[in-house]
Ligand binder design. Structure first.
Ligand code: SF4
Length: 212
């Protein structure tokens, strides 16, 4: 039985339960072009090396001018300059009987105030406060840290050079847990896989979906 979910898995289910079924139940992997993700992958790798104190000069020289601008935006970002606790950090937690988690871009801190950083080379989520990534990562770090003064999630919008900050609280913990349990229960109890989207033509599963 499925009881282990990433933010992407939950997002996929919400968008199209049938796609979730192909990807996470049947484990069908359809190869996709890596090109649209290249810029993000480069910046994430560079950011991780930099936070580990490694020399990034050669890496920087291989960036395009657009990538270099994005990298400069990140390097000068007020949150990225805080002390780093962890970078590219895998973390999970249990919400009722469901395990949820993922890999956090970075956790930084300032005295006893902690921030989850998420570098975005594309757009930030439409409703960032209730995005599955936001909710899951905050719940995971809340459990991991146990004691802290404040905890926030910071989407760093590198294209527009601005931050979107979501503060965590006891009320949010309750609400986030309810939302996570609600969708996990739908997934584990629901037997019907129907599409909720009109973006089938962009879906990598469209070819096999038609014949299923
Ligand atoms: S083609 Fe449409 S219905 Fe089929 S899996 Fe993709 S999004 Fe869902």
């Amino acid at each position: 039985m499925l009881n282990n979910f990433s933010p992407n898995a939950l997002k996929t289910y919400k968008t199209c339960p049938k796609k979730f079924y192909f990807k996470y139940v049947e484990n069908v992997n359809i190869p996709r072009s890596a090109l649209p993700f290249e810029k993000g992958k480069k910046i994430h790798a560079l950011a991780n090396y930099y936070l580990q104190g490694l020399n990034t000069d050669n890496f920087e020289q291989a960036l395009t001018s657009e990538e270099l601008q994005i990298w400069q935006n990140l390097k000068s970002n007020e949150f990225y300059q805080k002390d780093c606790l962890k970078s590219e950090f895998p973390l999970m937690c249990k919400v009722e009987k469901y395990w949820v988690g993922g890999r956090l871009d970075a956790i930084v801190y300032d005295k006893n105030n902690y921030y989850i950083l998420d570098y975005k080379t594309g757009s930030i989520p439409e409703n960032p406060e209730y995005d599955f990534q936001t909710m899951i990562y905050l719940l995971c770090l809340d459990k991991y840290l146990k004691e802290y003064n404040s905890l926030s999630f910071v989407y760093i919008d590198l294209k527009n050079n601005r931050n979107h900050i979501i503060e965590f609280s006891a009320d949010k913990r309750k609400l986030y847990e309810e939302k996570i349990v609600e969708i996990c229960e739908k997934i584990t109890k629901g037997k019907i896989y129907k599409c909720n989207t009109n973006s089938c033509k962009f879906c990598e599963y469209s070819k096999i979906c038609l014949i299923e």
